[in-house]
Structures are given as structure tokens and as C-alpha cells.
Design a protein around this ligand. Structure first.
Ligand code: GRF
Length: 204
């Protein structure tokens, strides 16, 4: 399956996906990595992996919709069948989501629907939860509100800072995102409305 990745930052989830492709046989081909931030680490990781990159900087467009239309053209030209958001820090507009004729996945560092949006780890610490985690979900027109594919809990420890909690969650993210992609691509994900059922792996 031909996949594109959008990332705005350091791209550690992008790296985990690239590694899963090269080392663990994740059956997707990353055909392009796009970013709204020129010169970001995620783009450098893509270049090292020999993957074409493209910058969609908002200031180069009259408005957000024009930027997203350009992204869609790029994805169509590259015959993208799956879009993976990996630390893409903008919410894709409803028009983009309606026009994308492929699934869009995202990873979020909390157990949704708790702590959607920015600074999820800080929100979790301020709320005082004892357990947080991460969620891989399909993207819909809302903010981190699409159907959930996989979630995994991570304990919040006494003395945690935003950084220490983020790091503990990130280690799980790097395993969970490739796993969710694998299941979706292998057709092990069945969706009825909001509810996503993970079909069991066959025992051979
Ligand atoms: C991750 O915590 C991810 O859950 C969130 O943004 C962060 C991106 O980190 N959506 P990285 O750029 O993949 O290192």
C-alpha cells in the first residue's frame, strides 16, 4: 500500500514507521513525506531514507484551504492509498477529509477522548490522572475525535514531569503506530460507525 506521511517536528514516529518497514516487514511503501515546517528533523529523516519530501508552508499560500488542496494534488499524483499523520501539528480541514479517498490515521499521546488537542501530556498531569497512554485513530473532521483503532495505557508516576511522561508514552507510540498500520493494511480492522473491531490474527 502506498502511504504518505505528514509531520511537523522531530519525526520519531516517522522513524519508527520507516524502521518497521525496513526491519519488520511492515507492508507499506512510504512514497513521500510532507511537512508544513521547512527544514524540520522529520524531513531530514526522510531524506536519509531516500524518500521524496515536500514542504507545504502555510505562508506560501493565500489561505489554509489552498495549502491543503496542494497537499491533495501531491497525494493524488503519488497515488497515495493511506495517509499517516505523525506529529502533524495542524488539524486538517473538513474539505480535505471529505475529499481524501484514502484512510487517514493519526497517533495522539493520551487515551482519547481524554486530553485531545495540544499538550496532551501536560493536560494529563494537570488533571492528576494515574494512567494515560496513546491512541491510534482514524482522522475525521473533528479534533482527535475519529474512530479508535488501538490504545495502550501508560502509568503516570509520582514526580513525573511533562517530559518524563511524554518520553514514557513515546516509547509505546513507536510500537503501537506500526502495529495499527499493519492491522489496517492487512484488513484486520473492521469498522461499524465509530466502533473499530480488531480481528484476531490467524493461527497457522
Ligand atoms: C507524538 O507524541 C505524537 O503522539 C503527537 O505528536 C508527537 C510527535 O512526535 N501527535 P514525533 O514528531 O513523532 O517525534
Amino acid at each position: 500500500m502506498r502511504a504518505a506521511v505528514l509531520a511537523s517536528g522531530r519525526g520519531s514516529n516517522l522513524q519508527a514507521i520507516l524502521d518497521a518497514c525496513s526491519k519488520d516487514g511492515l507492508p507499506i511503501e512510504i512514497v513521500g513525506v510532507g511537512s508544513d515546517q521547512p527544514g524540520t528533523v522529520a524531513l531530514k529523516r526522510a531524506l536519509v531514507a531516500g524518500i521524496p519530501t515536500r514542504v507545504f508552508q502555510l505562508s506560501d499560500y493565500p489561505h489554509r484551504q489552498a495549502q491543503e488542496e496542494d497537499m491533495l494534488i501531491w497525494m493524488r499524483e503519488n497515488r497515495v492509498e493511506l495517509l499517516l499523520l505523525a506529529g502533524y501539528m495542524k488539524v486538517l480541514g473538513p474539505r480535505f477529509i471529505r475529499q481524501a479517498n484514502f484512510p487517514v490515521m493519526n497517533i495522539h499521546p493520551s487515551l482519547l477522548p481524554a486530553f485531545a488537542g495540544l499538550h496532551a501530556q501536560r493536560q494529563a498531569l494537570e488533571y492528576g490522572v494515574k494512567v494515560s497512554g496513546c491512541t491510534v485513530h482514524l482522522v475525521d473532521e473533528g479534533l482527535d475525535s475519529g474512530p479508535i483503532i488501538l490504545q495502550e495505557a501508560v502509568p503516570v508516576l509520582a514526580g513525573d514531569t511533562e517530559e518524563s511522561l511524554a518520553q514514557r508514552i513515546l516509547e509505546v507510540e513507536h510500537r503501537l503506530y506500526p502495529e495499527a498500520i499493519r492491522r489496517l493494511v492487512l484488513g484486520k480492522v473492521e469498522r461499524t460507525g465509530r466502533r473499530v473491531q480488531i480481528l484476531q490474527q490467524e493461527v497457522i
